[in-house]
Design a protein around this ligand. Structure first.
Ligand SMILES: NC(=O)c1ccc[n+]([C@@H]2O[C@H](COP(=O)([O-])OP(=O)(O)OC[C@H]3O[C@@H](n4cnc5c(N)ncnc54)[C@H](O)[C@@H]3O)[C@@H](O)[C@H]2O)c1
Ligand SMILES: O=C(O)C(=O)C[C@]1(C(=O)O)C=C[C@@H](O)C=C1
Length: 361
């Protein structure tokens, strides 16, 4: 595979573009929002120039409810030889693809089990998929060549392919992704009106449990709408466990020692079941996660500054692994924090300073 087009250059599409471009593929970028495609391109994920003929693989990285419509449009434009999508649910998009009369021999559903609580191209990173499972959902009519193209995509992104049936996939992710997302949101929702004195004490525990509560609500309504029954089944079991846990906690406050002992046993049981469940979660396969360091650049609030900065970083030959932008209220400047490999900090700082950029110590 030598050429690809990414349709939808948000978090996942841009991360895939970065990984493929890093491995020497020519990647074309498209998005309904031209700014998103331009930003992805300035990060090094590919070009916004259209391809001059069909590419090898089209990667459709749009919200789940749009997969069918976007695939039909891409096939009508003969954008690629093979097509895949990366949506977090698989059965719903597949039904729409069939209903819209798409060529299913050249399409395979897929889902990288890697992501972040942030959306958009600026949250993308080239190593997002490294060592992660990437589900492929071929059907009887999927051409072998289509499956092979998807397997090559997974390998190029450093992920681990797992072939599954779409419905089986959706039941599995209800348990390991969709219900945990809602539980995280529910825990974080308790903080909404909490007293500031309590919030100030937040340590790593609550941060770990609520990280994904920062996720995009619109995208999750889309995902959960396509898997509501399976997620409700998991949450109903969680609710039953919660009910028993509340009863056990109330018993811990009882006057009678026997009742208190029963309460302690109930809490210990749920903690032990949690230990067992947690110990079953496999570690990240493949290479250990890379550690990055930050280079903080002061940016004037003028159009095109961000693109100019990314261009200069690219010219120095440094990969931007992550970006955070902080605007100072009432000031015409912002700070851009570029995450880069530790070895790149010195040369990048020197190059940017000599190019007239203000880099914070
Ligand atoms: N966020 C995650 O953690 C994660 C992980 C794995 C898979 N996914 C799946 O990947 C897909 C993309 O998610 P994301 O997190 O990258 O979202 P995102 O919001 O960061 O990006 C989605 C992009 O799609 C674009 N888009 C919308 N409609 C379009 C259209 N008709 N044509 C072209 N572009 C269009 C948007 O402008 C946006 O740039 C979703 O299907 C999601 O379920 C997400
Ligand atoms: O780690 C995160 O922030 C995620 O959102 C990742 C996560 C997950 O639940 O593991 C979320 C949804 C995607 O479909 C795949 C991955």
């Amino acid at each position: 595979m030598r050429t690809a087009v990414v349709v939808g250059t948000g978090l996942i599409g841009t991360s895939a573009g970065l990984a493929l471009a890093e491995r020497g593929l020519t990647v074309h970028l498209e998005d309904a929002d031209p700014d998103a495609a331009r930003t992805a391109s300035s990060l090094g994920a590919g070009t916004t120039e259209p391809a001059d003929g069909p590419v090898d693989l089209a990667i459709i990285a749009v919200p789940p409810a749009l997969v069918g419509k976007v695939l039909a449009d891409c096939q009508r434009r003969n954008l690629a030889r093979w097509y895949t999508d990366v949506a977090s649910v698989k059965a719903g998009p597949r039904s729409e693809v069939v209903a819209l009369g798409c060529d299913t021999t050249r399409y395979i559903g897929s889902h990288p089990m890697a992501g972040r609580e942030r959306s958009g191209p600026l949250a993308a990173r080239a190593d997002l998929f490294e060592g992660r499972p990437w589900v492929l959902t071929p059907t009887a009519d999927t051409d072998t060549e289509t499956l092979n193209a998807a397997l090559e995509l997974v390998a190029l992104c450093g992920a681990m392919p797992i072939v599954m049936d779409a419905a089986e996939h959706d039941r599995a992710v209800a348990l390991v992704s969709h219900a945990p997302q809602l539980v995280s949101s529910l825990v974080a929702a308790r903080l909404e009106h909490a007293d500031e004195t309590a919030i100030r004490l937040s340590g790593q525990g609550v941060r770990d449990v609520t990280r994904i509560a920062a996720s995009n609500p619109g995208m999750w309504v889309d995902i959960l709408s396509a898997n509501a029954g399976a997620v409700a089944d998991v949450l109903q079991e969680v609710a039953a466990d919660l009910g028993e846990t509340v009863t056990a906690l109330r018993a811990l406050e009882a006057a009678q020692e026997g009742e208190r002992r029963a309460g302690a046993a109930g809490i210990e049981a749920v903690m032990r079941r949690g230990n067992t469940g947690q110990s079953r979660i496999p570690g990240k396969h493949g290479s250990p996660p890379t550690r990055y360091e930050t280079v903080a650049v002061v940016l004037g609030d003028q159009p095109g500054e961000l693109g100019r900065l990314f261009g200069e970083v690219g010219a120095v030959g440094v990969n931007i692994e992550d970006v955070a932008i902080e605007h100072s209220t009432g000031q015409q400047v912002g700070f851009v924090q570029l995450s880069v490999a530790p070895g790149a900090v010195g040369p990048l700082t020197a190059a940017l300073r000599s190019g007239g950029w203000s880099v914070r110590d």
